[in-house]
Design a protein around this ligand. Sequence first.
Ligand code: ADP
Ligand code: MG
Length: 306
Amino acid sequence: MTEAAISITGLCKTYAGGKRALDGVNLTVPRGQIFGLLGPNGAGKSTLINILAGLVNKTEGSASIWGFDIDAHPRNAKASIGIVNQEILFDPFFTPIETLEIQAGLYGVPKAQRRSMELLRAVHLEDKAHAYARTLSGGMKRRLMVAKAMVHAPPVLVLDEPTAGVDIQLRQQLWDYVRTLNQRGVTVVLTTHYLEEAEQLCDRIAIINHGRVVADEPTRDLVGRAQEKVVAVTVDRDLTAAPTAPCFEKIVLKGERVLEITYSKDRVNAGEVLAAVTAGGLGIVDVTTREADLEDVFLSLTRGTP
Ligand code: ADP
Ligand code: MG
């Protein structure tokens, strides 16, 4: 049997105070993938990751990492995963190279097997190797945390909101590094708010909302499930109000002559939508459409739940 990188069954977490952050999560992260865990703020993403990291105690359920149950084999489970937390945490008085050496020591990595400088180079921090951590920018600290998570060469790397506070260019470098690690066989799990990023990077995406998994599919299938389409229609005269028709899910007057119409492609097609516009006596000058993307799926799956 090929084991999963991460396997989670019936995972629940109720915090002291009564907040139920996870409510029966079942999730399998296949080995070798880049796996995206998406969800709105407060969905339970960090709680799930912190349970895997051993930072939060679960209330119910089980989880294993690289085949090691986190309760039965905590040491092996811990050795199999590197975690980059959402919060930036480390001692401001150590330099990046010292930070990595200390971390390697904590994980019992023998001196001869340490690759601290190589890791700093990979995250573009080699010229900061001897600077105090407190002098690093937010983005540099984030990248140092990624290097720190990799000192024991775990087969699974988990990044919780890794691009928060990282500028576009450095974000790109971070993703290049994540891709390189993945090509070398590291299974990557990341949480992000940037849906577009997840769409480009991830092989598979799970969406979590109110502590429950509401979708878990290959990225391509998930994007394909988006049923809402949007067309912008330019008409031949000025409008003061948007026309109405039963086939429009939503219609917004975007300019004097531009209407943005949302329709559900499982109910009607674009031709019927345009016919409904012209039926009111308007002539159509231009039409542009936008393919549904992950954002549409995300919104439709997380909308309306209390
Ligand atoms: P996400 O990472 O998806 O934004 P979190 O896992 O951080 O979500 O939080 C899930 C829910 O649990 C939220 O309602 C949050 O307020 C609550 N929560 C998180 N940490 C704690 C804690 N230490 N004590 C009590 N409630 C918490
Ligand atoms: Mg979080």
